[in-house]
Write a protein that binds this ligand. Structure first.
Ligand code: A2P
Length: 283
């Protein structure tokens, strides 16, 4: 990976810029719109939003108003938990596209595998949802389809009825929370791992080893963490609403971590909290 324009290739041949700009907790309106505009100006070409973040309209405005050709920006959104099911997925997708104000979406993800309202029948709900995803994909309305927060048992259940294997699994991945079994299960099917909360939602900054590495490489803790994510073969989605940090988090291509230092960071345990258990989330 040489720059923010470098790409991973999904198993359907679609290319995806190797760092995405995360918008979780970027408030709808001025804050989210400005953050996405600053990110695009800083060279990011991949923006990650979700219906549940409530900021699709702002993200869409920033993308459309950027002056950058639509084909050069990779936009991801996600299906909200209450909308699982075949018909409701189709309707929810239309609403997402209306809010974004875009004709096509680059990547659409099932946000969570086991939402509270479907806890008794999540397998059936995901199968019906995925059927709608496959149809939207085959109709050319989405370039790639995938999942988020799926653990191996959720993926195995989905693959019993899926005709199309998901291209992406977006999960929480940061030093100390490497979700090894989910990573292995996804890779077995050539599913790209996207890393949300790659800075441990900010907890990474207090980790002594990361501070030591930052000093050693003359980079910041954020840059070392994101570089680790890239060298792990993940696609990091750092979130910030601070312009200087948005730029800082893109400067990852002028250094490389040695294998020894990669191993030390990968060996960190429980330093940044853990991913929520998708079978227990209350929403
Ligand atoms: P802010 O948005 O106020 O800039 P994650 O991507 O793991 O979810 O982490 C996001 C959190 O880390 C946010 O609180 C964000 O703050 C903060 N953050 C993002 N980039 C940096 C950075 N380069 N330096 C310090 N804090 C950062």
């Amino acid at each position: 990976m040489q720059s923010l324009n470098s790409t991973y290739t999904l198993h359907n041949g679609v290319t995806i810029p190797c760092v995405g700009f995360g918008t979780w907790q970027a408030q709808d309106g001025e804050q989210a719109e400005t953050a996405v505009r600053v990110a695009l100006e800083a060279g990011y070409r991949h923006i990650d939003t979700a219906a549940a973040y409530g900021n699709e309209e702002s993200v869409g405005r920033a993308v459309r108003g950027s002056g950058i050709d639509r084909s050069e920006i990779f936009v991801t959104s996600k299906l909200r938990n209450p909308d699982h099911g075949y018909e409701s997925t189709l309707a929810a997708f239309d609403l997402t596209m209306q809010r974004l104000g875009l004709d096509t979406l680059d990547l659409y993800l099932i946000h969570w595998p086991n939402p509270a309202p479907f806890r008794d029948n999540w397998q059936e709900a995901n199968a019906a949802t995925w059927k709608a995803f496959e149809e939207l994909y085959e109709a050319g309305r989405i370039s790639a389809i995938g999942i988020s927060n799926f653990r191996p048992h959720h993926l195995d259940a989905l693959l019993k009825t899926a005709r199309i294997i998901p291209m992406v699994n977006q999960i929480r991945l940061c030093p100390g929370d490497t979700q090894d079994e989910t990573v292995a299960a996804s890779r077995k099917h050539n599913i790209l791992l996207e890393a949300y909360s790659p800075l441990g939602t900010g907890k990474i900054f207090g980790v002594p080893l990361m501070q030591e590495m930052a000093a050693k490489y003359g980079k910041t803790v954020a840059q070392v963490s994101l570089r680790w994510s890239l060298q792990m073969g993940f696609l990091p989605l750092p979130k910030s609403t601070t312009p200087s940090r948005i730029k800082e988090n893109a400067e990852l291509f002028d250094f490389a971590l040695s294998q020894e230092d990669m191993d030390r960071i990968t060996g960190l345990k429980d330093c940044c909290g853990k991913a929520s258990d998708p079978d227990k989330i209350p929403f």
